[in-house]
Design a protein around this ligand. Structure first.
Ligand code: PBG
Ligand code: ZN
Length: 324
């Protein structure tokens, strides 16, 4: 009989042989920045998550800066929306101003600009529309403009989440033409059309005004297609590729980790966060243990970068572990 229990007999022994260890640097914290002043608004479906106006952002930025996590993924919540999403690529838009503020005060933080039109369009779709059709190729130059303006403002990386075909190539070309040859692109490569995004849409005010996103985001019945999406983003020049959401898609994540030698990110999305928080607030689960288990599973499946609303809590818990 082989005795597996030999290496399980003490916590020191278990720590010595464990295969997967989380570190604060594994995490990216998503941040919602809202136009206006003196605003710190809680997001009802995401307890512990707030929308900040630029003047109040430092409260959370200082925590992020001290936490050891790698950086932030920024989403703008503009006052003005229109069919073309013009605030997304306004040099003085909410996201561009937020980036300038952050990079000036926290130069070491990795600032990633989410590139998509849905927070900025009056119809709430990720691309421009004609009637009820989402127009792929007409959207690409607008995404490229958003990328260039956010990088000009100081973003260290851009992350297109729109799921238009050819988005990464269009953005790469525009960045290169503007001299930003060293700015990496993180593709939201295998982004599934998911009911897990609904709390985010409350937070960002980005729910589609008609229809759904199924004509551009992926069908969750398809795993292999996720690998083709990732391969395609790599061929377009993506530096980092992503699977999103996380927990219901660990099979895709694992297959991607086995197949591609590119840094792989996973997005532990708003609905996944909301479910854990709801159960924890009811006292039905141990939040710290559940979050540790979930995030470890994402890393074990092959994620190098974990984008999560739990980032600050998890970084704090890891510190307490080390110091005990
Ligand atoms: C915007 C975007 C979404 C998310 C990230 N970028 C929402 C969507 O596609 O509707 C979801 C993030 C989350 O649920 O936490 N394109
Ligand atoms: Zn979008």
């Amino acid at each position: 009989m082989f005795r597996f229990r030999r290496l399980r007999q003490s916590s020191a022994m278990r720590d010595m042989v464990c295969e997967t260890q989380l570190y604060p640097k594994d995490f990216i914290y998503p941040l919602f920045i809202i136009e206006g002043e003196n605003i710190k608004e809680s997001v009802e479906s995401m307890p512990g998550v707030y929308r900040y106006s630029i003047d109040l952002m430092d409260e959370i930025l200082e925590k992020i800066d001290k936490s050891g996590i790698s950086g932030v993924l920024l989403f703008g919540v503009p006052e003005h929306k229109d069919p073309m999403g013009t605030e997304a690529y306004n040099e003085n838009g909410i996201i561009q101003r937020a980036i300038r503020h952050i990079k000036q005060k926290y130069p070491n933080m990795v600032v990633i600009a989410d590139i998509c039109l849905c927070e900025y369009t009056s119809h709430g779709h990720c691309g421009v529309i004609n009637g009820e059709h989402i127009l792929n190729d007409e959207t690409l130059p607008l995404l490229a403009k958003m990328a260039v303006t956010t990088v000009k403002a100081g973003a260290d990386m851009v992350a297109p989440s729109d799921m238009m075909d050819g988005d990464v190539a269009a953005i790469r070309k525009a960045l290169d033409e503007n001299g930003f040859i060293n700015t990496p692109i993180m593709g939201y490569s295998a982004k599934y059309s998911s009911a897990y995004y609904s709390p985010f849409r409350d937070a960002a005010g980005s729910a589609p005004g008609f229809g759904d996103r199924k004509s551009y985001q992926m069908d969750f019945r398809n795993g292999k297609e996720g690998l083709r999406e990732i391969e395609n983003d790599i061929n377009q020049g993506a530096d980092i590729v992503m699977v999103k959401p996380a927990l219901a898609y660990l099979d895709v994540l694992k297959a991607a980790a086995d197949k591609f030698d590119y840094p792989l990110a996973v997005y532990n999305v708003s609905g996944e966060y909301a479910m854990v928080k709801a159960a924890a607030l009811n006292g039905w689960i141990d939040e710290r243990k559940i979050v540790t288990e979930n995030l470890t599973a994402m890393k074990r499946a092959g994620a190098k970068i974990i984008i999560t609303y739990h980032a600050l809590d998890m970084a704090q818990w890891l510190k307490e572990e080390y110091l005990k």
